[in-house]
Design a protein around this ligand. Sequence first.
Ligand code: NAP
Length: 244
Amino acid sequence: MTFRPTAVVTGASSGIGAATARALAKAGFHVVLGARRVDRCAEIAAEIDGTAVRLDVTDPESVSAFAAAVPDCTLLVNNAGGAKGLEPVAKADEDAWRWMYETNVLGTLRVTKALLPALLASGDGHIVTVTSIAAIESYDNGAGYTGAKHAQAMLHRTLRGELLGQPVRLTEVLPGMVDTEFSLVRFAGDQDRAANVYRGLTPLTADDIADVIAFAATRPSHVNLDQIVIKPRDQASATRAHRA
Ligand code: NAP
């Protein structure tokens, strides 16, 4: 049997994470899929000969147990995350902000710290972090999410310097609008409000992002794609889009 390096994908139960797990398996990785809805991960794992392990990135014990179940790791895709709500700062919901910081920022920190020894030991590690154009822009009513994504990006970009001289590459992927469960989660299951986000334009698909992550992961070891911003043709910025 041919050797398959191990790739860990967090938030692999839906959207970008699920598509990335499939793309990386196709590129020759053994993929470990982590998320809270582990049943969904297990279905994808069965399809791609991968491994599903329950993971709640907001829970330190869950992250430790997850890392203990991953014997080796060459590629880590920090993808678990999302937004909750769209309110002005004056009406900010602290619980929603706490969720966004715990999931996007501290979740990325916990998983990265837990798997860094294995990534270094691999001799050819790679950390891909899915931030967002919200990590380079601000927009009205979005401070909870843009703040969390900026903080997540700072963690990732700081590591790029701290790991200089070590055998670990760092790639930040910054998507614009991608049609996943993202807006459904943001608007607490409100289907109409979620669909309205993508009204009149062609958004990116999860496969579009997965494709780019697999491309970055399969470059030669000395090639580091630092930052990749991906938007639909119809979207110029977080606040400017063309709608038919
Ligand atoms: P999605 O379909 O809602 O997927 C989010 C994933 O994160 C799910 O698999 C979810 O799994 C996981 N997750 C959430 N909380 C978690 C936790 N506590 N522990 C472990 N996993 C957790 O949305 P998506 O668009 O694919 O989002 C993936 C990433 O892309 C996020 O970081 C998001 O911020 C970023 N992004 C999305 C867009 C967009 O327009 N869609 C744009 C830019 C950036 P469980 O619920 O099963 O745990």
